[in-house]
Design a protein around this ligand. Sequence first.
Ligand SMILES: [Zn+2]
Length: 73
Amino acid sequence: MTCEDARLNMHDYISGELGAEHHKPLMDHMDECPNCREFFRQTQRIQTTMKDFMQYEAPFELQTAVSSILANA
Ligand SMILES: [Zn+2]
């Protein structure tokens, strides 16, 4: 697996779309390749941050709380 292949696979892996048969080659590549390991770590962190951010945007309780504060202001 080349670094390019590994990086393409990482996005699918993190989003859960990578077929199980591709997991091992990807993990094997990252064992051998510190650059891809670091890239994977950063990609994973960005995706986790994005997910937290989306969850933060969504909560209904917060919107309700804000609306009632504004209504009582
Ligand atoms: Zn690599």
